[in-house]
Design a protein around this ligand. Structure first.
Ligand code: SAM
Ligand code: DTB
Ligand code: SF4
Length: 340
């Protein structure tokens, strides 16, 4: 930020910032501390989150990403929340990997609306090498349009990760979804460790990490605290942290699970902001069922990114026009990533 400000000892703002980095970028959180954070009075938690937020970000700036499902449904995994699993009877039309031209048309439309990042999602447990070749082509072309690229394709091998990096992939999304303890109730077809291994490969290949989870699946506060602990204690904080509210889809095992207190969702966003101060915290799935006031609270709690566009992967997202009006009412302006 181009402020003509000097601090005590003649330090510049960036020197002060790096001092703060050392002071607040922690990777040694203890569970009791995180549980205490979640248990703070709501106003105290939000004040703390907003204070941390303002150290690293323009508090009125929001980054927007758009999603496209490039391969839909017929997935062999059993993620209990997911309409794309072949094991459940969700009302969904499966689709093979989309042709390049269709992907580029969607990216151009997203860019036109102001999205700075384009995220391509595929319903795979893990892609085949020939799938990676086609996705790499998509990544190259979307990047050439001047957008940041993101992909979420399931588990990757080392070579696949390197191929995506070489194609210019900026971010890879791979969520831990929940705490390790609760994970076994949600997914049995791959382990928590599988997920951590993929995240490590992505990190080692030099791709920015997008990793978060889902709230509202019937987990406890302690599970949410453990998820945040796991994310914040990674060797490097994920550059993007998507916090999804479960979208309950008919036909999936989690359809009908008791709805979560919306303020518990806001607390999770605030904890992510306090624990990962430099990361983009994304208010992700579930916004279609949130009031404007609830979303405003999430922004106050430190969320500074959303998915923009009328569809997530297979479920609905608010109309772009509604989001634009909300930004206007809140005085939020669109901004880019801090990493590229
Ligand atoms: N198949 C790949 C995988 O699982 O890694 C990539 C796509 S998958 C749909 C990406 C993420 O979307 C999941 O990890 C989960 O966090 C989120 N997601 C899927 N269905 C959801 C739902 N019904 N509500 C909220 N988030 C959901
Ligand atoms: C993430 O954490 N949320 C997005 C993105 N990463 C890939 C996906 C949300 C999917 C919601 C259900 C659907 O639309 O299928
Ligand atoms: Fe498949 Fe991903 Fe859905 Fe799990 S979340 S069923 S891996 S598409």
């Amino acid at each position: 930020m181009p402020w003509p400000v000097t601090f005590g000892g003649g330090m510049s703002l960036s020197q002060v910032r790096s001092g703060i980095d050392v002071a607040v970028l922690r990777h040694d959180w203890r569970l009791d501390e995180v549980e205490a954070l979640f248990a703070l009075p709501f106003n105290d938690l939000l004040f703390r989150a907003q204070s941390v937020h303002r150290l690293f970000f323009d508090a009125n700036e929001i980054q927007v990403s758009s999603l496209l499902s490039i391969k839909t449904g017929s997935c062999g995994e059993d993620c209990a929340y997911c309409p794309q699993s072949a094991r459940y009877e969700a009302n969904l039309r499966s689709e093979a990997l989309l042709p390049l031209a269709e992907v580029l048309a969607a990216a151009a439309a997203a860019k036109q609306e102001g999205a700075t990042r384009f995220c391509m999602g595929a319903a795979w447990r893990s892609p085949r090498d020939k799938d990676i070749e086609r996705v790499a082509e998509m990544v190259r072309e979307v990047k050439a349009m001047g957008m940041e690229t993101c992909a979420t394709l399931g588990m990757l091998t080392d070579d696949q990760t390197v191929a995506l990096k070489q194609a210019g992939l900026d971010y890879y999304n791979h969520n831990l979804d929940t705490s390790e303890d609760f994970y076994a109730e949600i997914i049995t077809t791959r382990t928590y460790q599988d997920r951590l291994d993929t995240l490590e490969r992505v990190r080692d290949a030099g791709i920015n990490v997008c990793c978060g989870g889902i709230v509202g699946m019937g987990e406890s506060v302690s599970d949410r605290a453990k998820l945040m602990l796991q994310l914040a204690n990674l060797p490097k904080h994920p550059e993007s942290v998507p916090i999804n509210m479960l979208v309950q889809v008919e036909g999936t095992p989690l359809h009908g699970v008791e709805a979560l207190d919306p303020l518990a969702f806001v607390r999770t966003v605030a904890a992510a902001r306090v624990m990962m101060p430099q990361s983009r915290v994304r208010l992700s799935a579930g916004r279609n069922d949130m009031s404007d006031e609830m979303q405003a609270l999430c922004f106050l709690a430190g969320a500074n990114s959303i998915f923009y566009g009328e569809k997530l992967l297979t479920t609905e997202n608010p109309m772009t026009q509604r989001d634009k009006q909300l930004f206007q009412r809140l005085g939020l302006h669109l901004g880019g990533s801090r990493y590229n």
